[in-house]
Ligand binder design. Structure first.
Ligand SMILES: [Ca+2]
Ligand SMILES: [Ca+2]
Length: 259
């Protein structure tokens, strides 16, 4: 085998190794497909997982968003991840999709607030009774042209430098830099009214979703397209190698005929 052919074969092998999915650093996840929400603590209202989603069933409070400990359906999962990826599906009703406090310590949280046509990214304070005490909207809200309802896919990434990115349905929605919170104890879902739900939660300590000119690319897609490109280069290299060898054989045959 010529050197070009050898390089081509190596590249093909490398691309296959690369394509093999590298495990993302999943720290915890839940899809409720076993019909329960073991590991979660309901601190207010009521949830059911019988439909294989984490569904809020209490009517909730008119005083929407007054407190994270009372009035709404509130459920908490331990979560210490501060840099990485939070991916989940959220069910949006006419009242919106609720709030997801993806990083929380007593007194402070990073959260998104999903209405039926906006997604807000906040850093908020929470007092000892669980009431909100002010907050800073970290970026202009993401406003969609057509209000949305039903299941919506959300990805949030936070890098070590404090860069937060929020993606909705695979498209970049909003983002900010903030470094005030450096630790987390909990992931909290607040559903102010019944019918809202959460599902397919995957929390990892690696950045699994990347911003690209075409929007969100997840780790596996990025690897897939890189592997395709390497495979294409490999095929081109082998083809050039074959043409070169054919040409040199032709030249040799010509020389032989002349002799
Ligand atoms: Ca499910
Ligand atoms: Ca379960």
């Amino acid at each position: 085998m010529s050197s070009l052919g050898l390089v081509g074969s190596c590249l093909l092998g490398l691309s296959l190794i690369w394509l093999y999915p590298c495990p993302s650093g999943v720290v915890w996840s839940d899809n409720f497909d076993d019909g329960d929400y073991d590991g979660w603590s309901v601190t207010s209202g009521m949830f059911l997982a019988e439909t294989n989603t984490l569904k809020a069933v209490s009517e909730g409070s008119i005083e929407r968003y007054q407190s994270i400990s009372e009035g709404s359906n509130v459920v908490v999962h331990p979560s210490t991840v501060t840099t990485g990826t939070w991916s989940f599906d959220v069910y949006v009703t006419g009242d919106g999709g609720g709030e997801i406090l993806f990083m929380m310590v007593p007194g402070r949280t990073y959260m998104i607030d999903i209405t039926s046509d906006n997604i807000y990214l906040w850093r908020r304070g929470i007092d000892e009774e669980g009431r909100r005490v002010g907050g800073v909207m970290l970026h202009f809200p993401y406003i969609v042209r057509d209000p949305f309802s039903g299941w919506q896919h959300i990805d949030i990434t936070r890098e070590g430098n404090g860069r937060i990115r929020v993606y909705h349905g695979g498209k970049w929605a909003t983002g900010a830099y903030d470094t005030l919170l450096t630790t987390s104890q909990s992931f909290v879902y607040i559903a102010p009214s019944s019918g809202m739900a959460l599902d397919n939660i995957v929390v990892s300590n690696t950045i699994d979703v990347f911003l690209s000119p075409v929007g969100r690319i997840d780790r596996s897609q990025w690897r897939f397209w890189a592997a395709i490109m390497i495979a294409a280069i490999t095929v081109a290299a082998i083809r050039i190698d074959w043409i070169n060898r054919t040409n040199s054989l032709d030249a040799q045959n010509k020389d032989d005929n002349i002799d």
